[in-house]
Design a protein. Structure first.
Length: 730
């Protein structure tokens, strides 16, 4: 097993050791009292609490206490009890419950604290992960070297419903939550089981949690079914993240009442581009087509490229039930086997979708460009368009590769323009984040039959470049109208934090890659160099993922800041209103300004931006959970053999390994490493065998076997492969 090698207490002194320096003893005593403010101690109690055992140091405690009291550094009562004179700080923040023993409170920005506050489990006052709380912060740092505190009040519960497995005994029942950051089982009275049977997956609602109770009490409000079944597990993920199962009936009725036809009056108010060759390019299984591209050569020899976007706000009006539902969802969610759309199917796959051979209302950016991909002019406004062709990515790419088929000349020319635009973007400092994306082949029951690594070809990059161009153009157009004073929805991405970059650079070095991140270094150039180096290597996936995590998070905001990753001064999301609410916000504000409207108050729009960013995170987390579930299931069903992997993380309790063939990550637990007793070298992120001195380090290639999988917790347990072993998967 593993441990940290350390024979000192957390204060850095040998336990029970002699403290001969009076100043050192005074500092230790003062720190102890400050960490226990609000409590009084006599000299004997302090000696015991500090674990002082030698007589010389014991004798020095009383004089030190009186000296500190005389100096006004501590308080002394008439009974010779001593206490801290410092005052605590009171702040509010959000709970990050990292493990059963303690949580961190992330302070609200207004308190301007530079670090999170650690709170022990016994001081949490039943607060849970994600809750907003008011806490008292101790005036001195604790033994951990961090600020510590105590929860005084739960201001707002983040959630009161949990998904889990119900365990029923003769007299009572408990629900064991799937959510890893929920560290308490939920007690359920037999009369509140809602028809659930032992070991079924359920949704339980917390109804009471008295301060003295170890566990909350709840009531089962939804029975999902037998644990392990595909539909049950996907529904579990949906319930875990609060994703909607269906649309309210009144929303569906409102969508169904919208007429199919575009009126002649509406067409007259728009630029008619139905006679310009236009096509869509999307995944083969896509049903909602947000965007189309048109192309024609102008009489002056220049090229006209149109980026046409579904005009969702023509159908979804403010203060309607459709609008309210779209805002609440804020984004479509793409789980491993299904889409949970932002808009009802009548709109997402029908009225709004730019389907072939149908007239559609659109919002467009039309560019006049030369052969060098320089934008000479642009026009932004509402249009009516007609898609002549629906391409799947693969078909469009094949037409370019073979130089034949529908629109192959137009596709080739657009691709060449996109390459020039892309090249310039990287020259200006854009970062080339090309993440590995895994897609599962599922049978009709949802069982994973295999997986594919999605390949990004030229056609994907072509569409991306024209969408980026339209998004940037819209953002710059609004910003330049009034030098950024007009309220607008921007997509911003801050410059990365230097400490996180340094941590990432050190991590990459463990894999043999040098990333310069010092002062004066052009970070984007250094990152792009790394991305080029790791293409096709085993560590590609882990380093790409970690590079993204070391960056600041992109967000929606009304503040007209830049986008570091794209190297744009101003950027927005204009091109996907069928699946993103912020794009609908952009369309509304853009049309408002095109109509000569005055800028609205920013606060309301900023609140909507914050909501959209939160919903975006929820969607990403649920999508990752569904992929992880399929990875665990896939490895449970996979061939019982040795797999090559790469060490992606080392902790005191285990080694994380990504299996190269399947991109699935599992853990070899230190307790299962029987060949030696391993100690954790935290500084160098490695485990070292105490007898054989064998080292397990980041980036190391290893062979592993799957020994257990847990669908509930979405974990894969591995062991280092031993070809002479008869160990079989459990």
């Amino acid at each position: 097993m593993g441990r940290k090698s350390n024979n000192k207490d957390r204060s850095g002194n040998k336990k029970g050791g002699k403290i001969t320096d009076a100043a050192q003893l005074a500092k230790k005593v003062l720190n102890f009292l400050d960490n226990n403010f609000g409590h009084e101690f006599n000299s004997k109690q302090i000696i015991k609490k500090l674990e002082i055992r030698d007589n010389i140091t014991k004798g020095g405690v009383e004089p030190v206490l009186h000296k500190l009291a005389a100096a006004g550094s501590i308080s002394k009562s008439p009974r010779n009890y001593f206490s801290s004179i410092k005052e605590p700080e009171f702040i509010e923040g959000e709970v990050d419950y990292v493990n059963p023993r303690f949580a961190y409170i992330v302070p609200d920005a207004r308190f301007k604290l530079e670090e999170d506050i650690q709170v022990k489990e016994g001081d949490m006052k039943n607060a849970l992960d994600g809750d907003r709380v008011r806490i008292m912060v101790n005036p001195a740092k604790g033994r951990s070297g961090r600020l510590e505190g105590k929860v005084l009040e739960i201001l707002e519960r983040d959630r009161d419903e949990f998904v889990g497995r119900v365990e029923i005994s003769p007299r009572f029942a408990f629900v064991v939550p799937d959510f890893k950051k929920m560290h308490h089982d939920i007690f359920v009275h037999k009369g509140d089981l809602g028809g659930a049977e032992h070991n079924q997956k359920v949704v339980v609602k917390m109804t009471e949690w008295r301060e003295d109770d170890k566990n909350p009490t709840g009531k089962i409000i939804r029975v999902l079914g037998k644990a392990g079944e595909h539909e049950v597990e996907i529904h579990s993920i949906m319930a875990e993240f609060g994703l909607p199962f269906e649309y309210p009936q009144e929303v569906e009725e409102e969508a169904n009442a919208i007429p199919d036809e575009i009126s002649q009056e509406e067409i007259k108010n728009r630029r008619d581009m139905r006679d310009v060759p236009t096509f869509t390019i999307d995944p083969a299984d896509a049903k909602d087509f947000d965007d189309a591209i048109s192309y024609r050569r102008l009489e002056n020899g220049n090229l006209e490229i149109g980026v046409h976007i579904a005009d969702v706000t023509h159908y979804v009006k403010p203060k309607t039930k459709l609008e309210k539902e779209a805002y609440n969802r804020a984004t479509s969610v793409y789980l491993v086997d299904r889409t949970i759309p932002m808009l009802p199917e009548r709109l997402s796959n029908g009225l709004c979708s730019l389907r072939p051979n149908e007239d559609k209302v659109t919002f467009s950016c039309v560019f006049e460009m030369d052969e060098n991909a320089d934008v000479l002019n642009h026009w932004i406004g509402r249009t009516v368009t007609h898609s002549d062709k629906r391409f799947a990515y693969e078909d469009a790419q094949e037409n370019i590769d073979k130089q034949e088929g529908d629109y192959y000349e137009e596709l080739t020319l657009l691709n060449n323009l996109a390459k020039k635009i892309r090249k310039r973007r990287f020259e200006k400092g854009a970062v080339n984040f090309e993440t590995v994306e895994v897609k599962f082949k599922l049978d009709e029951k949802g069982t994973p039959l295999g997986l594919m690594i999605k390949e990004r070809k030229d056609i994907h990059k072509m569409i991306e470049e024209f969408m980026l161009l339209a998004n940037r153009t819209v953002a710059e157009f609004v910003f330049n109208q009034n030098k950024g004073a007009d309220t607008f929805v921007y997509r911003t991405h801050d410059y990365p934090d230097s400490e996180r970059l340094e941590t990432f650079a050190n991590f990459a070095k463990k894999f043999g890659h040098d990333v310069e991140v010092g002062e004066g270094v052009r970070i984007s150039k250094a990152l792009n160099k790394l991305m080029d180096e790791i293409v096709g290597k085993p560590e590609q996936n882990v380093l790409e993922q970690l590079a993204i995590r070391s960056m600041a998070k992109a967000k929606y905001t009304t503040e007209p800041k830049g986008h570091f990753g794209l190297a744009f001064k101003h950027y927005t999301h204009f091109t996907s209103p069928i699946r993103r609410y912020p794009d609908m916000m952009v369309h509304r504000l853009l049309q408002h300004y095109l109509d000569g409207g005055k800028t609205p108050e920013a606060d309301t729009w900023e609140e909507k931006c914050l909501h959209s960013s939160e919903r975006e995170k929820r969607a990403a987390d649920s999508e990752r959970a569904s992929i992880k579930y399929k990875q665990v299931e896939f490895m449970a069903l996979a061939e019982d053999k040795d797999y090559e992997g790469i060490v992606t993380g080392v902790t005191e309790w285990g080694v994380f390994i990504e299996i190269t063939e399947t991109k699935c990550e599992g853990m070899v637990r230190v307790t299962e490493m029987k060949d030696d007793y391993y100690e954790f070298d935290e500084k160098n992120m490695r485990l070292i065998g105490t007898r054989n001195k064998k080292m397990i380090t980041l980036g190391e290639k290893v062979m592993v076997r799957v020994i257990a999988t847990d669908i509930d917790r979405r974990t894969i347990d591995l062991e280092f492969a031993n070809n002479d072993s008869d160990s079989k998967r459990k």
